[in-house]
Design a protein around this ligand. Sequence first.
Ligand SMILES: [Zn+2]
Length: 411
Amino acid sequence: MKKSNELFNTILGLDEPWEVERVDLSIEQNEVTIYVKYNSNKGICPECQQKCDIYDIRESRKWRHLDTCQLKTYIVASLPRIKCHAHKVKTISVPWAESNQHFSYLFESYAIEFLQATLNQTKVSRLLRISFSQINTIMKRAVNRGLKRRSQAEIEYLGIDEKSMKKGHNYMTILYDLQQGVVLDAIEGRKEESAIKVMQSVKESNHCDSLKAVSMDMWKAYINSSKAVFPDVDIVHDKFHLMKYLNEGVDKTRRKEASKLYKVDDNSLKHTKYLFLKNTENMTAKQSLRFEEVKSMNLETCKAWAIKENFKEFFNCTTINKGKFFFNAWYNDVKESGLKYMIEVSDMIARHWNGIISYLRHKITNSLSENINGRIQQIKTIARGFRAFENYRVSILFYLGNLDMSSQGIL
Ligand SMILES: [Zn+2]
C-alpha cells in the first residue's frame, strides 16, 4: 500500500507537510478514496501568510477529484485550524482545492475545458457523473473568477444591443467589446433602467477611461443610458439597424402600392417582397432578370428602393464634410420623392444626426452582435432553454466572454 500512497502523493503534487495516508478502493461503489493527512503543528494563516500554531482539527471533508481509471475519486482530509494573533482562528488552505468547495482544482478545470469543447451541459453532467446544478455552480464560479480578472484590457468601443429571449416580448440587453469581439455582460430587459445597470457594471469592472464610442440602434433607452453612464463618449447609430429601418420603409411602400395595383388587376408587384429586400449581388440569375423587369416599370417601390440603396453611399464618405454634403442631398431627394414611409425614416435618421455623423469618425458597427446572436441561440438550444435568467447570463459569459476562468490552483 505504501507504493500507492507515494503514487497518489506524486499525482496530487503534494508537498510536506501534506501526505497521502492511505488509499481505499471500493469496487462495489466504483470509487477510490484518497485520505490526506497534515503532519505538522504549525500552519499558514490564509489571511496574512504568517506561520502560526495549530489550534484544532476540524471534521473531515471530501472533494471530488479526477477519475482514476474510470473510478470516481475523492480526496478526504481533516483540515487543521490555526490561531493567528491578527486573524484569530482560521482554517488553513489546501493545495488541491478551495477548502469550502466540493471539487478539486483539477476536476473543476477539466469540467470547464470539457464544457467549452462540447457546449453541452447535459452531456458533461452525464459523463462526469455530477448533477446539473453542480455544473451550474462550476460555471458560475468560473465566470465570476473570469470577470474579476478582466479589468486589464482598455475598452475603446462598446456595442449595446437587444436580443429576444423567447417568443413574445422578453428581451435582454447585451454589451459587447467591439474590438475584442466578446460579450462583456448581459441583463434581462431592454429598458433604460436595465441598460444603465449593465453599463454601470461594465464601467466598474473594466478600464473604460479610453472609451471613444458606443454603437447602438436609435432606441431611446440605450441612448439615454449611454448619456447617463458615459456622458463624454460619442454615440454611433449602427449601420445595420439604419438599413433595417430603410428596408422596412421600402417594404411598407411596396405593400401599399401592390394593394393599389391589385385593385386594377395589375400584378406587377406580386411575389416581389424578397427581391426588394435581398442584396442584388446575392440574387440568382432568374431573380436578377425579374428584378430588372420590375425596376423598369417606374414604380414608387422602385424609387423607395433606390433611396435606400443610395443611402449606403453615406457609409463610404471619407470626411465629415463629405458626409454632411451627401446627407443633405439625399435628404432633399427623399423629400422630393413624396414617398411617405421613406420620408418618415429619413426624418428619424435626421433627428439622430449626431449619432449618424459620428459613424464617419469611428467607423464601428454592431455586426459582431449578429454573429454572436447566432451562437447564443446555439447555447440556448443545447441547454434546452433556461429557467432562470442568471443561468442564461452565466452561460453566455462562459462561452462568449473570452474570460480567463482557470481555477486558482493551476494558474
Ligand atoms: Zn493572520
